[in-house]
Design a protein. Structure first.
Length: 574
């Protein structure tokens, strides 16, 4: 069933030569390139990237086993690490340059843990005793030292999107030094310590490992995502949790979120469309967390449960050459959550033995069917890049008269939608007029401060609601169903008013037409009397269905709402 999953692997994975005795496979997280190096490069290096421009093949001399290999961001220089003390470089300015040049780390006793291209012509060596930043000058086949930092390093994690590098130091590995890279150098940010669930008494040993730390961008903020395995206690069983530190203004790390996993075993983390995905190998399921949704808090940390129940990734079949003569290709089911899987940020899964690279993708339509709380569903969908069509489908189903959703739920959903809508209008007005938020006509009263949530990816405005939701449900509303549609429209108008959003005339027109069609003249009179429906000149020019009589209604509003009277008189004359 479709509702049995809400994640899937990309339909067209990047396929590469699987790892073997003669082929080593490497992945560059910054450029999203897979390198298949055969026989040290003598029999070929095949590079597969997300685009044709990032894919190539070449040969190079076998000068020993390759430890790491990465192209510069502009694909002009290839860096190859074959030893613990130096990195070799090959130019690709006009095709491959067979003449390599080398750069050793400055410290005589230093060991290179890894290297990172921080810009098209700048590279940093991370050693066990510090970092060394160089400028690469391909025309001269040389490197120029720019800046260095001395610090004992256990391991490192880098995020190319934020240009942030985390260095682990200390006996337990939980002392973290963040560095923010910029052109020609880096900024040393405030050091912080990651909380450990338990510290060994003696002797000290590395407790926080590189595999348990992920650095990713979530809702526009750099987040340090830490997997913690909690030892069993008297008051609770064993389990794991995810602790999230957010980099506040790229200056200091603040412990801000905790995700409850309530499972043990091997985990892996992806970030897909600002949702944190935690894969659990033992149960072969994945959990989705949205740190933008409200949760319990102690004033410092917000505690989150999964958005919905854990479910497996959608089964995936791979087309491979068939052994049968009668068939060219055969379909083979891939093992999900395989021990061979390696996860990279933000959304990549690699099976090196199978020779496939996938992107993890959301199935928002399926997520909408399994997330029962409609307000949480709305809050979740407005933050998803492809959430608009799914959200409109959810609203059409929710407001279907045959479903008969409780009006209290409907009102709450409208309020959630229109809070996002109001924030969008305020931002638009401020950007166009450079007006302070306090002077905006859409501002809340002083008692209701604006939300600090990230700007929504999806905004459902009045036009969307009218065209895609209200008109379709009004057209098929007959008998008692018409009463429900009227109630829904009134709730929407009420919600717009509460959020200080001017109501568009076509919504009033639809409301009046629906009430006239039901001959709910007394109720319409009340709406006019209590100013639920405002006087609007565009109503005069609209055309609609002719009622039987509304003389008394016209008399009662003759002086108070002249434009609406004109509309009703015009309405009769058709």
């Amino acid at each position: 069933m479709a509702s049995d999953y809400y994640l899937e692997l990309s339909n067209n994975p990047i396929k590469f030569e699987a790892v073997s005795q003669v082929t080593n496979v490497f992945f560059d997280e910054s450029n999203k390139q897979v390198f298949a190096v055969r026989s040290g490069g003598v029999t070929g290096v095949v590079v597969k990237g997300p685009t044709e421009e990032l894919s190539t093949s070449f040969r190079m001399e076998d000068k020993g086993p390759v430890i790491s290999i990465k192209f510069s961001q502009d694909q002009r220089v290839l860096a190859i690490q074959r030893s613990k003390t130096s990195v070799e470089f090959l130019n690709f300015l006009n095709g491959i340059d067979c003449l390599e040049y080398s750069q050793s780390c400055k410290g005589k006793n230093n060991t290179i843990i890894g290297f990172i291209w921080t810009s098209p012509n700048e590279i940093v060596f991370v050693t066990d005793h510090g970092i060394e930043l160089f400028q690469v000058i391909p025309e001269r086949r040389s490197l120029k030292p720019l800046k260095n930092l001395t610090i004992n390093i256990n391991w490192f994690v880098y995020c190319n999107n934020s240009k942030l590098l985390l260095l682990s130091s200390g006996a337990y590995g939980n002392s973290i030094q963040p560095l923010l890279f910029k052109k020609g150098g880096f900024l040393k940010l405030n050091k912080f310590e990651i909380e450990l669930p338990a510290v060994p008494k003696t002797p000290p040993k590395l407790c926080l490992l590189e595999r348990d730390v992920t650095l990713a961008m979530v809702y526009g903020q750099a987040c340090v995502i830490v997997l913690r395995h909690i030892p069993p206690r008297v008051d609770r069983g064993p389990g794991a949790e995810v602790l999230i530190y957010t980099m506040e203004k790229m200056l200091t790390a603040k412990k801000s979120h905790l995700l409850a996993l309530d499972k043990t075993g091997r985990f892996a983390v992806n970030v897909v469309d600002n949702l944190i995905i935690v894969h659990h190998q033992a149960s072969k399921t994945s959990m989705i967390f949205d740190i933008n949704l409200p949760g319990e808090t102690d004033g410092y940390v917000t505690f989150h449960q999964p958005v919905t129940i854990p479910l497996p990734i959608k089964p995936f079949t791979l087309r491979v050459p068939s052994v049968q003569v009668s068939s060219d290709m055969a379909e083979v089911s891939c093992e999900l959550y395989s021990p061979n899987w390696v996860v990279f940020q933000p959304d990549i899964v690699i099976d090196a033995k199978l020779g496939c690279l996938w992107r993890v993708e959301l199935c928002l339509g399926n997520l909408a069917t399994v997330l029962v709380d409609k307000c949480r569903l709305v809050d979740c969908l407005v933050q998803r890049v492809a959430g608009k069509l799914v959200l409109l489908n959810v609203l059409r189903h929710l407001l279907d008269p045959l479903i008969g959703t409780n009006l209290g739920v409907v009102a709450e959903v409208f309020d959630h939608l229109n809070e996002v809508y109001r924030t969008f209008l305020e931002i638009e007005m401020q950007s166009q007029m450079a007006t302070p938020a306090s002077t905006s006509p859409f501002s809340r009263p002083p008692s209701g401060p604006l939300t600090t949530s990230p700007r929504a990816a999806v905004v459902i405005d009045q036009s969307d609601m009218y065209t895609s939701v209200f008109v379709p449900i009004a057209e098929k509303a007959e008998g008692a169903a018409g009463k429900f549609v009227v109630a829904v429209l009134i709730e929407y108008v009420r919600s717009l008013g509460d959020n200080r959003i001017p109501v568009q005339h076509y919504l009033y027109e639809l409301l009046i037409n629906t009430m006239v069609h039901r001959k709910a003249f007394f109720q319409l009179h009340q709406l006019l009397q209590y100013h639920v429906v405002s006087d609007s000149k565009p109503l005069v020019s609209s055309r609609t269905t002719k009622p039987v009589y509304l003389i008394e209604l016209i008399q009662s509003i003759w002086f108070s709402k002249p434009n609406l009277v004109c509309y009703l008189i015009f309405y009769f004359s058709l």
